[in-house]
Design a protein. Sequence first.
Lengths: 115, 115, 115, 115
Amino acid sequence: MPGLDEVRARLRSFVEERDWDQFHSPKNLAASVSIEAGELLEQFQWTDPQPEHVRADPAWQARIEDEVADVALLTLLLSERLGIPLEDAMLRKLAKNAQRYPAAEFKGSARKAPR
Amino acid sequence: MPGLDEVRARLRSFVEERDWDQFHSPKNLAASVSIEAGELLEQFQWTDPQPEHVRADPAWQARIEDEVADVALLTLLLSERLGIPLEDAMLRKLAKNAQRYPAAEFKGSARKAPR
Amino acid sequence: MPGLDEVRARLRSFVEERDWDQFHSPKNLAASVSIEAGELLEQFQWTDPQPEHVRADPAWQARIEDEVADVALLTLLLSERLGIPLEDAMLRKLAKNAQRYPAAEFKGSARKAPR
Amino acid sequence: MPGLDEVRARLRSFVEERDWDQFHSPKNLAASVSIEAGELLEQFQWTDPQPEHVRADPAWQARIEDEVADVALLTLLLSERLGIPLEDAMLRKLAKNAQRYPAAEFKGSARKAPR
């Protein structure tokens, strides 16, 4: 599979070729992540299927893949715009979450940790 | 920088150690992407700053990094749950967008292409 | 119960007393509706309770009431800003939906009508 | 203008005629509010217009009215489902916000009050 760096390179060309940087303020990109996240959620609006159930319906799976990709592309674009090294930030946040939710204490529990 | 595969491996351990798979239906993960996207957008609720303006405020930049990472982690988790190869899906969606928005026609324009 | 007109009057005073009109562009208000909708959804992030189950937990019910009110207040504020008569718009949209989803055809079905 | 009670009555008939109560768990309705809020925000994705600018474009204004109405209808539906008296809840939340954001202290300021 191609790495995220290849996606970064192609995304940069895509934006440059269309001269779209002018629209990509951090706020506009954050709003776009939210809009696309809503379209992704729409795929599950009235139903809560098991993964196997989704994968048994290739058209549904394909629509979800498209929406997931949109969220990911816009999140990556925002990261690039703000100089955020996305993979590093993900690992750092995961380490924070591991501290906030100790496995021994939160095993099998969906409750929120206090802020 | 670590690759996305390292993030995948650590994310899998994190979830397994807490026995949280049971909460991670595709719908719950899609809802969580949306919730986190809202928290990200909240960082820009009443303002539309240039990237330099954000980066000049390290606490603000750090909060945004955390929110961006949350969106990305949950999007990756949903992809894993549905067997979506995220980097591939991103490249495919980018290729679709390139067809839908020909550079010659949409250069410098923020209008939507017809569906 | 007070009518929506009383809410409108108090909302207008609230905003005027704080001189907050300057922040309330339609986009900022639409973004705020989305942010608050995310906070509302967070109340149901990992669970799908029956209404009775929520109402049996007064603290949970109260948090949801607060989030529902935030979404409604911001939606009303956006309507006022754009001169949208909200109750009329709701009735018009309901009539449109009734046409798009004929009862005979969509009874008991959660599928989407074609656009 | 019709009152919110008329909207309530028509909304109830609309749902009953289609036997859609079965899909309207609080979570599904909260997710739907979020989805519709995303569609509303999409109307301002790459632009931050003045209200007059929107109103000068009747097709745009009409699309926004539809999306605002969708958010409001789903918020009202969720309120009804949970026995929340929406107008009361809005007034109560406004009173809370007035305490949290004293006019003297927050006049002209968009900063957040501490939790």
